[in-house]
Design a protein around this ligand. Structure first.
Ligand code: UDX
Length: 428
């Protein structure tokens, strides 16, 4: 099948390479000249395990091409995916200008029956709006428009796309999206057909629920700290109940990234516009915003102030296996430390190049051991495997004082205490 994907962020690029790998002819569209040049050279524009290899292979065998022309995509494709950004505005509402601009361009270049599939996370009603824009700008020609939300996680994007728990397709009638069903048939996964409105809602409902689970366990962690319980044990006991499940119950510094914070804010805004004040999600957001500052205040108290201290920060990316710094908790940590007069030395296996230009006043170390040099304490912010399996004797030997604050409950307390550290973590 001939497939076009507009936008080569995480969602678009992964969709493109996976569909090309499944034997389709794929055209990926990117309007950022820098990203386009990278893609043309078969280089992945962002860090994501396995993507570059697949990109090289599919470009080399001719199954994937890149271009900057939405017009070309509209003329070429049988199925066209929209996967452009839907960022938050300062008030939390969703900025749909990129989606609308793409719809208009599709309409102007509509030459044949085209199935347009929206993958960008967007409020209920967006699919119908895309349909109206296409119809208006094509002077009466209609395209079938469907919603097909994406549930992939950064760092695990390829596997999530090849082996999704389910595929959600929102359309008015199943026959009109037969091409999409055929496209996904090699994955052999359950497909849920529903209306566009329900499909759009499923995406927000899922991300808001995941955020709720995280904030719930983080709120529990605060009570654990006050009463002597251990949140890791509590989460384990909760997760063994099959009705609850063990996932997304890891207490830590809170959720970051490009989706959960944005989608919670977008959903609150959307529900409000519809006439429902989503109090519960306000609380989810509030718990998330308070989590890092609470841990930082504990750190400041334990160290008897931060002025003049050197702090080693382990991990910058919003989670492991990515260089994505969007809404990363590390930025909050670094800003707090600098504001209190501490010197900051950081390490991250992938994201340092993203942060370096913004923070000339901090030191970027080439290994966690170098970051520990002369430090009064270490704070683990992102749970990269490299940190969990460190040689803590060697790490501690570099430090002035062996104090370890584990913001993700990632390291073994026993191993650190054996190496002579004082160990502090969230929720115990
Ligand atoms: C999320 C959704 O999981 C995915 O389905 C959607 O398509 C996009 O948003 P992503 O942002 O890539 O994916 O990462 P995810 O693994 O969900 O983690 C999000 C944040 O929550 C990270 O900051 C992570 O550290 C945090 N988290 C996750 C916790 O603090 N505790 C947990 O138990 C799980």
């Amino acid at each position: 099948m001939r497939v076009a994907v507009i936008g080569t962020g995480y969602v678009g690029l992964v969709t493109g390479v996976v569909l090309a790998d499944l034997g389709n002819q794929v055209l990926c569209i990117e309007n950022d000249p820098e990203k386009l040049a990278k893609l043309r050279a078969a280089e992945a524009p962002s860090f994501e395990p396995g993507i570059e290899e697949l990109l090289k292979r599919t470009i080399a065998d001719g199954s994937l091409r890149v271009s900057d022309s939405v017009a070309e995509a509209a003329k070429f494709a049988d199925v066209l995916f929209i996967a452009v950004g839907t960022p938050s505005r300062p008030d939390g509402s969703v900025d749909l200008s990129a989606v609308h601009a793409v719809a208009e361009e599709i309409g102007k270049n509509l030459t044949h029956d085209l199935l347009v599939v929206n993958k960008s996370t967007a409020p209920v009603g967006t699919v119908r709006e895309i349909g109206r824009i296409i119809e208006r700008s094509s002077i009466g020609r209609k395209a079938v428009v469907a919603s097909n939300p994406e549930f992939l996680r950064e760092g695990n994007a390829l596997q999530d796309t090849r082996e999704p728990d389910r595929i959600v397709i929102g359309a008015d009638d199943r026959a009109s999206v037969a091409a999409l069903e055929e496209l996904y048939s090699p994955l052999n996964k359950p497909i849920l057909f529903t209306s566009p409105e329900s499909a759009e809602m499923i995406k927000y409902a899922c991300n808001a629920f995941l955020a709720t689970k995280i904030s719930y366990i983080n709120a529990i962690s605060r009570v654990c700290e006050l009463c002597g319980a251990d949140v890791a044990h509590v989460a384990k006991g909760m997760g063994m109940d099959r009705r609850i499940g063990p996932d997304f119950l890891k207490a830590g510094l809170g959720y970051g990234g490009s989706c959960l914070p944005k989608d919670v804010a977008g959903f609150i805004d959307f529900a409000g516009r519809m006439g429902y004040d989503f109090q519960m999600l306000h609380a989810v957001k509030g718990v998330n915003e308070a989590q890092a500052s609470h841990f930082l205040q504990r750190i400041e108290k334990e160290l008897g102030g931060l002025e003049g201290k050197t702090i080693c920060v382990l991990g910058l990316a919003f989670k492991p296996e990515t260089d994505d710094m969007r809404a990363a908790k590390s930025l909050e940590v670094i800003d707090f430390l600098l504001a209190r007069g501490a010197a900051v030395r950081v390490h991250d296996p992938a994201a340092m190049h993203v942060v370096e230009p913004q923070y000339p006043q901090i030191e970027f170390a080439e290994s966690p051991y170098c970051a520990a040099e002369g430090a009064d304490a270490a704070i683990l912010v992102t749970e990269w495997n490299a940190y969990k399996n460190m040689d803590f004797d060697r790490f501690g030997a570099k430090m002035c004082s062996k104090v370890f604050f584990d913001g993700r409950r990632a390291c073994s307390q026993q191993a650190l205490e054996r190496a002579g550290f004082r160990y502090f973590t969230i929720g115990s």
